[in-house]
Ligand binder design. Sequence first.
Ligand code: UFG
Length: 324
Amino acid sequence: MKVLVCGGAGYIGSACSEYLLDHSYEVTVFDSLITGHRKAVDSRAEFIKGDLADRDLIIKVCENGRFDAIMHFAAFSLVGESMRDPSKYFRNNLANGINLADAAVAGRVKTIVFSSTAATFGEPEESPIRETTAQNPINPYGESKLAFEKVLKWYSIIHGVKYAALRYFNAAGASANFGEDHNPETHLIPLILQVAQGKRDKIVIFGDDYVTPDGTCIRDYIHILDLAQAHMLALDAPESGHYNLGTGNGLSVREIVETARRVTGHAIPAEIGSRRSGDPDRLIAGSELARRILGWKPQFENAYDIVSSAWEWIRKNPDGYNDK
Ligand code: UFG
């Protein structure tokens, strides 16, 4: 089976490409390298440098490629940036996504697996968050991802392209070869590990007055290899669907800091700062549907293993891909 991985040079796309190749799929990575890294493209994959804004190019790639499926990771994903520059998010995540959906139709690609997000739920009205929970995004990032879920729904009805929208909670960890290297880095676990590396003095915890047992925000951290497994299984889903992907175990910011101290043996000084706007108290996935329909079985259910894998990758790659 031949899969086009758009955004395959990014954090989650690179690990998914590797996972597919390990399971005997043929992979072509299509990536603009704006946020991705050439070194994050598995050497067994074919690589095409291109931007989904280039409608003619992506249509040509799909018409010539005879792909069985597309995985779509290529998007911008910073909540704060989306509040300052909504145009950037709607152009790339929605308009350029439509170029890809049209290319799928032109190339007769049967299936699209789409990287959606827990951010489509906004301030969720229930916990754990189920697929049926109301989606009310509170930032342009989440709105752009929700809008593209709807595009896919109509393309499946009208053009018969099957899709799976996978709503990741907090992607974390690393595979043996590929890890997290964002510039700027805004995510909790890599920032904490930069303290352990000596690159930062401390981690600032964004608020300790949330309605949670220790006052810090609770998130559902899911290993990227478990996300990769879900993507592969979604290729064979019987019909189109939406799936929330998390372990179902919430961990507070303090618990993650504590875990990183145990993993690294570093004291990791932490200081309480003010809240970051738009952070809900608690985001926990209800992933029964993925387990039942896709047969998904996450392998990394505890924080120690997730943080350890990220730490191992950083120790092997202290400056990340070192290419920006
Ligand atoms: N946090 C800190 N200090 C930091 C960085 C983060 O306390 O220096 C806290 C945040 O306030 C939050 C938690 O750590 O409570 C996790 O923050 P991240 O930035 O790592 O992740 P988010 O939960 O904000 O975002 C992730 C994805 C988004 C997605 C969102 C949806 O990165 O793309 O989940 O749930 F939109």
